[in-house]
Design a protein around this ligand. Structure first.
Ligand SMILES: NC(=O)c1ccc[n+]([C@@H]2O[C@H](COP(=O)([O-])OP(=O)(O)OC[C@H]3O[C@@H](n4cnc5c(N)ncnc54)[C@H](O)[C@@H]3O)[C@@H](O)[C@H]2O)c1
Length: 438
């Protein structure tokens, strides 16, 4: 065990004995499940968010995150162990705060750090000896050290002895029923070794596996490696899908056969394009930062370009499929089946379905959608309500499967539709002339 300041030693005891009062700042897809896990582990937990609507819902035990049922949150709220607030002064009474605020991109693809800065300034205003702060928002290497730390040290308090600061990337995968916050290993790196020890202790009290690393920069880079790895591999198979389309080779069969190799290969699958808050965005945090180091992140830029073209490729595929049935896209009815960015979730942020719908509308198609998880689309100028699944599938000139949710009656899709463009291989087990695969 490392030698500690009296403040660190007291915090160590409070966390070990679960007397510590924990805070989670930002109660979204990441923060809400984390707050619930802390409370489940027996800690007293306060969530903080700017959104009064979310805070009210939280305090009534009503979850707005699909993976966390009300039945989990409500008893914790009713027991008095879990609550939410829009009042940042509660930080004065907390021992720890996890920052889980958004890290989007600006239009120029530069990091938008405004949420992290605002969150840090709110904490700085209530910083007190004995506070452990963990940044969990995905960001470029150096953020914790270069952006967050100076704002906290401006208080005159010393990191590592008065207050403690770590970066711990969040790996939650919405919709994943096997791996959830509690059983996904948590990487944590502190500014000082004592910071790392305290961060690892806290997560170790709550989560199954903790992976301490030597610095905040390593922890920041771990997350970017993971997501860049996915983004580039998806870019590779998307490029392969476009090649296979031209060469009339079934890309899905190729990947499945390649995946029988027991070593040195990991299957990734093509699709209509990237979506969500992570894979299309995070790698650009790395390419932005690497420019500062004089390195051009060419793999990232290339994969970004290939993946970014996929919605257009899918729209062209729909157009060609209609043309082959001597139906011009203008005036045709295209039904989009699934608009969430991935299966079994309701999140439509950055969903490729949006670009596909906008492109088809520009081409003059009448576009409708259905999705068991999404009832309306109000973004990027779109105002659409979900339509009845079977009626739309039966009446459309073309059905385009953009998200392969479980529980959709694909048999009915094959039986009742006139033509199907399947961008996810959701109809793998069906053989029909009507099906056009990616
Ligand atoms: N969603 C995922 O699957 C996922 C997975 C891993 C990592 N991440 C990363 O985690 C971070 C959070 O993502 P998310 O999906 O939970 O975002 P989200 O938009 O679902 O939630 C963020 C919450 O922060 C609140 N907020 C914003 N500014 C605030 C402030 N100054 N003070 C208090 N609250 C504030 C918002 O109201 C919102 O409720 C991002 O950096 C993201 O890249 C997300």
């Amino acid at each position: 065990m490392l030698s500690k300041s009296p403040v660190a030693a007291e915090l160590f005891s409070r966390i070990s004995e679960k007397r510590a009062k924990l805070g989670v700042l930002g109660l979204g897809y990441v923060g809400l499940p984390l707050a619930v896990e802390y409370a489940k582990a027996g800690f007293d937990v306060t969530g903080i968010d700017l959104s009064q609507e979310k805070v009210d819902s939280f305090n009534q035990g009503i979850s707005y995150i699909k993976d966390v049922p009300d039945s989990l949150i409500r008893p914790l709220v009713e027991s008095g162990r879990l609550r939410a607030s829009t009042d940042f002064s509660v930080i004065q009474d907390l021992d720890t705060v996890d920052i889980c605020v958004p890290t989007p991109l600006r239009k120029t693809k530069d990091p938008d750090m405004s949420y992290v800065i605002a969150a840090t300034e709110s904490i700085a205003a209530h910083l007190h000896p004995g506070l452990l702060i963990m940044l969990g928002s995905t960001t470029y290497p150096g953020t914790t050290n270069e952006l967050v730390l100076p704002k906290l040290e401006a208080s005159g308090l010393q990191v590592g002895s008065d207050f403690f600061l770590c970066f711990s990337p969040e790996r939650v995968d919405p919709g994943n029923t096997k791996y959830k916050t509690a059983n996904i290993p948590k990487v944590v790196g502190g500014i000082t070794p004592v910071c790392t020890e305290l961060g690892a202790l806290l997560y170790g009290q709550t989560l199954e596996t903790v992976v301490p690393v030597s610095s905040t920069k390593v922890a920041e880079m771990v997350k970017l490696l993971e997501n860049t790895f996915r983004m580039i591999n998806i870019g590779l198979v998307n490029e392969l899908a476009v090649m296979c389309d031209r060469m009339k080779i079934d890309v899905w069969e190729v990947i499945d056969a390649a995946a029988t190799k027991p070593f040195g290969f990991m299957p990734f699958y093509p699709g209509p394009g990237l979506g969500g808050h992570c894979i299309p965005i995070d790698p650009f945090y790395l390419s932005w930062k690497s420019k500062e180091a004089g390195i051009e992140a060419r793999f990232i830029e290339l994969a970004g370009h290939v993946n970014g073209r996929m919605p257009e490729f899918v729209a062209e595929k729909i157009q060609n499929a209609l043309n082959s049935a001597t139906k011009p896209v203008r005036g045709s009815h295209v039904h989009i089946l699934g608009v969430a960015y991935k299966r079994n979730i309701e999140d439509v942020r950055e969903s490729p379905a949006i670009d596909i719908i906008l492109t088809l509308q520009r081409l003059g198609a009448k576009v409708t959608f259905s999705d068991p998880f999404v009832s309306h689309l109000h973004l990027h100028g779109l105002e659409m309500e979900a339509q009845d699944f079977l009626a739309s599938v039966s009446s459309a000139d073309c059905v385009a499967i953009i998200t392969d949710h479980d529980g959709v009656d694909y048999q009915a899709v094959v039986e009742h539709s006139k033509m199907i463009v399947d961008t996810r291989n959701a109809l793998k087990k069906f053989r029909s002339e009507k099906i056009v695969r990616l």
